[in-house]
Ligand binder design. Structure first.
Ligand SMILES: [Ca+2]
Length: 194
C-alpha cells in the first residue's frame, strides 16, 4: 500500500505542470472600450502550451482561444496578447509585432473575476481584479498581485518588478545636509543678534 502511494507520488512529481498566467489586463482603454480591451498571457510552466486548446473564462462561460499572429504554441516564458478584436488592438498598437490571439470577452470597468482554463476546462489562473487604474492605464501582475501599469500598457512585454523604494540618503550625505542647515541657522541668528 505504502509503495503504491509512493509510486503515484513519484509519477505525479514527474509530470510537468502546464501553467499560464494573466500578466496584464487592459479592462478600460481610453475612449470607447468595445473590441479594444486586451490581456497579456505568459506561459509560466515548464512545458510548451498550445493556447488553442485552452480557454478564457468569464461570467460562467469558457471561451475558445484562436491564434491570430504567431504560432499557437507558447514556449516557456513566451507571452501572447489576447484581444476580443485583433484588428482594433492593432489599430491602437500599430507597432506590435508579437504573438496575438482572439477570444470573446467584454471586461467590466468596475472589476470582475476572470480566469484561464486548460484543455480540460480546469481553471489554472484566476484573477479577481478591481478598478485600481484610471481609464487608459492597464494593470500588471507584479509577483502575485496586480498594480496599475502604464498609459496604453505594455502588450507583449512582461517582467515588471516591484517599484523601487526611494533611496535612503547615506549617513554621510544626511550628516552633511544637517551640518549645512545648522550653519545657516547659526549665521542667521548671529545676523539677527547684531
Ligand atoms: Ca506587459
Amino acid at each position: 500500500m505504502k509503495l503504491t502511494v509512493l509510486a503515484i507520488a513519484l509519477i505525479l512529481a514527474a509530470v510537468p505542470i502546464a501553467a499560464q498566467e494573466l500578466t496584464e489586463i487592459m479592462y478600460d482603454p481610453d475612449g470607447a472600450d468595445a473590441g479594444r480591451e486586451w490581456m497579456e498571457i505568459q506561459n509560466t510552466g515548464p512545458v510548451p502550451v498550445d493556447i488553442e486548446t485552452w480557454y478564457f473564462y468569464e461570467n460562467g462561460v469558457f471561451h475558445g482561444i484562436t491564434a491570430v499572429a504567431g504560432p499557437p504554441t507558447l514556449e516557456t516564458n513566451d507571452v501572447t496578447v489576447l484581444a476580443s478584436d485583433p484588428a482594433a488592438f492593432m489599430g491602437d498598437h500599430p507597432s506590435y509585432s508579437g504573438s496575438l490571439a482572439r477570444a470573446s470577452f467584454s471586461l467590466s470597468n468596475t472589476g470582475e473575476e476572470i480566469a484561464l482554463a486548460d484543455s480540460a476546462k480546469t481553471v489554472v489562473d484566476s484573477v479577481l481584479y478591481t478598478p485600481i487604474a484610471p481609464s487608459g492605464v492597464s494593470i500588471v501582475r507584479i509577483d502575485d498581485r496586480f498594480e496599475p501599469g502604464s498609459v496604453g500598457g505594455t502588450p507583449g512585454v512582461h517582467g515588471e518588478t516591484v517599484p523601487a523604494a526611494a533611496p535612503v540618503p547615506e549617513f554621510s550625505t544626511l550628516g552633511a545636509l544637517m551640518v549645512l542647515l545648522a550653519s545657516v541657522v547659526f549665521v542667521r541668528r548671529r545676523a539677527r543678534a547684531r
